[in-house]
Design a protein around this ligand. Sequence first.
Ligand SMILES: [Zn+2]
Length: 188
Amino acid sequence: MGQEQQRYIKCDACGVSILEQCAIEESGQFFCGDCVVRATKKEVVIAEKISKEKRDKEYEIERNKTILKQKKRGVILFVATLVVLGITQLIAIYNQPEPLVTTKVDLETDTALANAMIISGINGYYSVHEKLPAQLKVLAPQYISDKLFQVSKRFHYQRLNDDSYELKIIQQREESTLNRSGLPDENK
Ligand SMILES: [Zn+2]
């Protein structure tokens, strides 16, 4: 009697014969205990895998956020460095002496320039005093520099009247000494 009730069925997963009463039903299918344990383990593994993937994803997101923050900080730092460098450059530029577009002026050799500057000094004196200077030396140092005054000694200045004067060069530098014919003295 008892024997009749001991019915065997096959596990739908592995095909092993199992007692019907021992089979575990799941969604209309019957499984042996081993398969159920295996399936459960598999589910657990899958669940762990999913959980790990989720954690990894979250970690990745956090990591990316951190990297982005660091990048932003890096960019800010970089820009700040550029700004500081720029300001430093600007300060350096402003502190630099005037750009050296120097025209080297040597009044000793440039007689024409010395002549023009003496005339300018005379004009300056005239505009203030409303008369011409009696001598060139009264122009220094206000209207002509001391250096130019030294050079002016090679000029002959004569006030002719209140409004006119004569300014002549009386002494050339040695290098350009003129001979009597007015040409450079080649024997010198
Ligand atoms: Zn099975």
